[in-house]
Design a protein around this ligand. Structure first.
Ligand SMILES: [Zn+2]
Ligand SMILES: [Zn+2]
Length: 454
């Protein structure tokens, strides 16, 4: 069985396999039934020994990290990020995007193809695979587009793109407007393999909307995007998937109507899965009253009722996983009138802390549920789920749940700073990440402590 390290459709720069002892962390991995203080010895990038806290000592050449008071969690996997390369490297690139991922505790990410040029042919995909092999700090998987140029007119060479390493397909940023085109894509998927992921939106219903259509948009006098723009497409595409016996994944669901459509589809036996973002789980259209363009994203932040339905669906497992939809934009693009600003928020560096602060601390969700849903995002694309268990490759993060910090005060690892949590005080700081057996991130404070205990 392949791991995140040697998976044929994940790509990262080679790194020195980690040799270190994590001493006294509270290990918490619901899948591995781990929930106790422990020592974790990583040798050659693998979890070589797992013992009671204080029971292991570091062999020669391995560093000891004093993790007392920290939690060791399985590393997170993000099934939906925008790394903006090729074409928009002023917003993000493979290096900065994966640095942001590592800083957020992510050990693998899946990049979207709405780049410039679009990842719709082998040459573009192969050059990204090469680039990731030189620059990516954590393994990256790539989705290719369903249609050429995201234009919705002509399918890409899906089988060829799969051979060249595509994990799956999406026209993210845009819906597949034509039902016939989606049907054809699902028929080709049978031969090509790979998951088809869908950004669900009916352009005829979204129109020129810039935020959720409801009381707040009426008060602000802004054009709205109704919830039915998303939910009618979820229902339509579930029906097509069911008819074709095919599998689809719904990206970034945002509304109670979409949750209902998803539930009906699963009930009917359709092979569907879904993701939800930290911002849709924690913010609402009330936040848009500030007219801060950091709160402008697509799908838009909706109402408290929608937010609640998403939280409950994530809790029950109806929604399968968390995805950040990390969408970097440059300051000059975002710092314009709300109506003119591009849609999207960054999210890799704040995902865990936002969910921990806004949902776990108030008692809305168990920490274990957050861990499960933040680690399972690659599973639907056939990637292994990180586990803290003997013999597994080290894919884990150390988190200081007691640490508070102001988002953005110390800058961002991402090249962009359009984070919807900017300026908020969040709890739960990732201090170290080991991805595919390689140390990918280490907080400065921990560096000092680590050096002392050496
Ligand atoms: Zn999208
Ligand atoms: Zn997206």
């Amino acid at each position: 069985m392949s791991t995140l390290t040697d998976h044929p459709r994940l790509f990262a720069r080679p790194g020195q396999p980690a040799e270190l002892l994590i001493q006294g962390a509270h290990g918490l991995d619901p899948r591995a039934e781990l929930d106790e203080p422990c020592d974790i010895l990583v040798r050659q990038g693998q979890i070589a020994e797992l013992g009671a806290s204080g029971s292991l000592s570091a062999p020669a050449g391995a560093e000891t990290i004093d993790a007392t008071g920290k939690h060791a969690l399985p590393g997170f996997v993000d099934p939906h990020v925008h790394l903006r390369t090729p074409g928009q490297e002023y917003k993000e690139n493979l290096d900065t995007g994966t640095a942001a991922a590592a800083a957020g505790g992510f050990v693998a990410v899946i990049a979207m193809p709405n780049t410039d040029p679009v990842i719709d042919d082998s040459a573009v995909l192969r050059s990204l695979v090469d680039g990731a092999g030189r620059q990516a700090r954590v393994p990256v998987g790539f989705l290719a587009s369903i249609t050429r140029g995201l234009a919705g007119q002509e399918l890409t060479e899906m089988a060829q793109l799969r051979d060249d390493g595509a994990l799956g397909f999406t026209d993210d940023g845009k819906p597949v407007v034509s039902a016939g085109m989606l049907r054809k894509a699902l028929q080709y998927q049978r031969l090509a393999g790979g998951v088809i992921a869908l950004h669900e939106e009916d352009p005829a219903l979204s129109g020129d909307g810039v935020m959720h259509e409801g009381g707040v948009s009426a008060r602000l006098g802004l054009a709205g995007i109704p919830s039915i723009s998303e939910s009618t497409m979820v229902a339509r595409d579930s029906a097509i998937a069911l008819y074709e016996g095919a599998r689809v994944h719904f990206q970034h669901l945002s509304s109670v109507e979409s949750v209902q459509a998803l539930a009906a589809a699963k009930e009917a036996g359709a092979q569907v899965s879904a993701e939800v973002t930290p911002h849709h789980l924690t913010l609402t259209d009330e936040d848009v009253l500030t007219l801060d363009s950091r709160f402008k994203m697509n799908p838009p932040l909706r109402t408290e009722q929608d937010r609640n339905a998403l939280v409950r669906a994530l809790d029950s497992g109806l929604i399968d996983c968390v995805a950040t939809d990390h969408a970097p934009h440059a300051r000059h693009e975002k710092e314009v009138a709300f109506e003119q600003a591009p849609m999207g928020t960054t999210g890799l560096e704040t995902a865990f802390a936002a969910l921990y602060t806004e949902l776990v601390l108030p008692g809305d969700l168990e920490l274990e549920v957050i861990i499960e849903r933040m680690t399972s995002g690659g599973e639907l694309y056939g990637l292994p789920v990180p586990r803290i268990a003997l013999g597994e490759p080290a894919n884990l993060c150390l988190v200081d749940l007691g640490a508070q910090y102001e988002v953005g005060a110390a800058g961002y690892a991402s090249r962009s700073e359009n984070c919807c949590f900017h300026g908020r005080t969040l709890h739960g700081k990732v201090v170290l990440t080991i991805a595919a057996g390689v140390l990918a991130y280490r907080e400065r404070m921990l560096q000092a402590a680590g050096a002392l205990s050496r």
